[in-house]
Design a protein around this ligand. Structure first.
Ligand code: SAM
Length: 286
């Protein structure tokens, strides 16, 4: 705990934005948290301590970054908006953080390289809404994150945490299950943001498990997931017809599904990640 690091107040957030001529961009999901208690809550939920390395996507004006630094963690903050990225070190230093405790990378999180993420990091972020799912999948696919706490749109949190058989179960739920177990931890009031977003937000925890297979298996499994949910209402023997024909032209769709332990009449929404992997393995001739 670094109690000399102070938090960012609501007034100061607006002042910094004004000094940067920053009008929060909807396209970049710029809804800044101006409530220190919410930042503290995220840090507690992530169980951050002073030996942790954190990857924070979208630090914005720095309110969550300061809470993470106060817990003693080292933070790699990845911000797409160059004005925010270049202002952040000054804000962090003004609030008592030392330069060795953080690194700011000015880039799109989708372009973040595996080499830029420290092994065993935690992902802690108030994510930009429009790219939250691809960003989560991109970071998890590096296989370096042990756990994560992310704030996302509530609807997205519900989809990410959904289990097979639920109406919310879909591509994001199945893909994230390859890497981690996702659980909704709490709802967050829209009032903690500036500007107030139109959508509700939730905190989601992700506990990473061992990858279920090789990278080649993951790529093919994700293709099976995409094709299966592309025609969600159809039975798998129809929705997977062309993907199966592409890989195993001499076998019928039903044969391939049965060989994978899946009934050809099942629909995507009832198949768990192991089931999708089983289909991918059969497609690979295993
Ligand atoms: N963490 C800050 C907070 O809680 O106040 C800001 C969160 S705001 C919801 C999302 C932040 O992500 C913004 O600062 C925005 O500029 C940044 N952002 C948007 N798209 C991004 C991307 N593709 N890569 C990195 N940062 C991004």
């Amino acid at each position: 705990m670094r109690s000399n690091i102070s938090s960012l107040g609501a007034k100061e957030i607006r002042e910094i934005a004004l000094s940067l001529d920053l009008i929060p961009s909807k396209g970049l999901g710029q809804n800044f948290v101006h409530d220190a208690n919410t930042c503290e809550k995220i840090v507690r939920l992530a169980d951050v301590n002073d030996s942790d390395r954190i990857v924070e996507i979208g630090p914005g004006l720095g309110s969550l970054t300061l809470a993470l630094l106060r817990a003693g963690a080292r933070v790699t903050a990845v911000e797409i908006d160059k004005r925010l990225a270049s202002r952040l070190p000054e804000t962090l230093s003004d609030h008592g953080a030392t330069p060795e405790s953080f690194e700011v990378i000015a880039k799109d999180a989708m372009q973040l390289l595996n080499s830029e993420v420290p092994e065993g990091s935690l992902l802690v972020a108030n994510l930009p809404y429009n790219v939250s799912v691809p960003v989560i999948l991109h970071i998890l696919s590096m296989n370096k994150i042990s756990r994560a706490v992310v704030m996302v749109q509530s609807e997205v949190a519900t989809r990410l945490a959904a289990s097979p058989g639920s109406k919310d179960y879909g591509v994001p739920s199945a893909k994230v299950a390859w890497f981690a177990e996702a659980k909704i931890a709490d709802r967050v009031s829209a009032k903690v943001f500036w500007p107030i977003p139109r959508v509700d937000s939730s905190l989601l925890t992700l506990h990473a498990h061992q990858p279920l297979g090789t990278e080649t298996e993951r790529e093919l499994t994700f293709k099976v997931i995409d094709a299966s949910f592309n025609q969600r209402r159809k039975m798998l023997r129809s929705s997977l017809e062309s993907l199966i024909a592409e890989h195993l032209p001499n076998q019928s769709c039903a044969e391939v599904l049965e060989a994978s332990g899946i009934k050809p009449t099942e629909r995507a929404e009832s198949i768990d990640i192991e089931g999708f992997l089983a289909i991918a393995k059969t497609l690979q001739g295993r």
